[in-house]
Design a protein around this ligand. Structure first.
Ligand code: PGA
Length: 255
């Protein structure tokens, strides 16, 4: 089974950027620029404070809403946290889970990532599970070992159907925000490795349907080559998603 059965998905991770009014402006511009892009899924992940306002702008459009993180309990005494039912209530279809910045700065582990993935799935929405090696892992030849831990840890105890509800994002940490993109060949190599891992845990049929995004300095001028790789099914875009024009160009160059 080839890539044709997997709808490409381009998601913009805005990280810690944009007030409500800035978010609304960016989203309105984007909506106009991508309104004719079909056969591709377009997702934006604003900060929590702008989810409601952005959700209203993209209502009935071809853009879906994502959150950047979540807590795994539904409610309770967890000051500062936001739950899956709350994200569902505000209109999120996706939640980014286990982004390398969460792992690096907020003590996220494969176990906490797995709890979050399971919580997101239990409410019928979709995790975007981020995995990726650091520069020193790559230099020490540990890329596959780290990816294996992140993937098997992140999807631990998921059924095949649950896995099919997930998107996986391969984001080499050394390529995030650095302007150093993985070459299309480097990306393909790891994407294929991830798909083979899933094949071994689940089945060829299931693994061949899972979408695997690439993330790390994706820009309008490198998106097409990355997306042309047979196991690259989309992009998770940070910096270049903060401008409507560059994000829309990535969407256009991706198909
Ligand atoms: P970047 O970020 O595109 O700015 O490198 C990607 C990400 O962290 O998702």
């Amino acid at each position: 089974m080839g890539r044709t059965m997997r709808t490409p998905i381009i998601a913009g991770n805005w990280k810690l950027n944009n007030t409500i009014s800035e978010a609304v402006e960016l989203t309105s511009e984007l909506k106009d620029l991508v309104e004719e892009s079909t056969d591709i899924e377009i997702v934006v992940a604003p900060p929590f404070t702008a989810l409601d306002a952005v959700g209203k702008v993209i209502k009935d459009s071809n853009i879906a809403l994502a959150a950047q993180d979540v807590y795994w309990e539904d409610s309770g005494a967890y000051t500062g946290e936001v739950s899956v039912p709350m994200l569902k209530d505000v209109g999120c279809k996706y939640v980014i889970v286990g982004h390398s910045e969460r792992r690096q700065f907020f003590s996220e582990t494969n176990d906490s990532v797995n709890l979050k993935v399971k919580a997101v799935l239990s409410h019928g929405i979709h995790p975007i599970l981020c995995v990726g090696e650091q520069l020193e892992d790559r230099e020490a030849g540990r890329t596959e070992a780290v990816i294996k831990e992140h993937v098997t840890g992140g999807v631990a105890n998921l059924s095949g159907d649950e896995l099919l509800s997930c998107v996986i994002a391969y984001e080499p940490v050394w390529a995030i925000g650095t302007g150093k993109t993985a070459t299309p060949e480097q990306a393909q190599e790891v994407h294929k490795y991830i798909r083979n891992l899933l094949k071994a845990i689940y089945s060829n049929e299931i693994a061949s349907q899972v979408r695997i995004q690439y993330g790390g300095s994706v820009k309008p001028d490198n998106a097409a080559k990355l997306m042309a790789q047979s196991d690259v099914d989309g992009a998770l875009v940070g910096g270049a998603s903060l401008q409507a024009e560059s994000f829309a160009l990535i969407v256009k160059n991706a198909i």
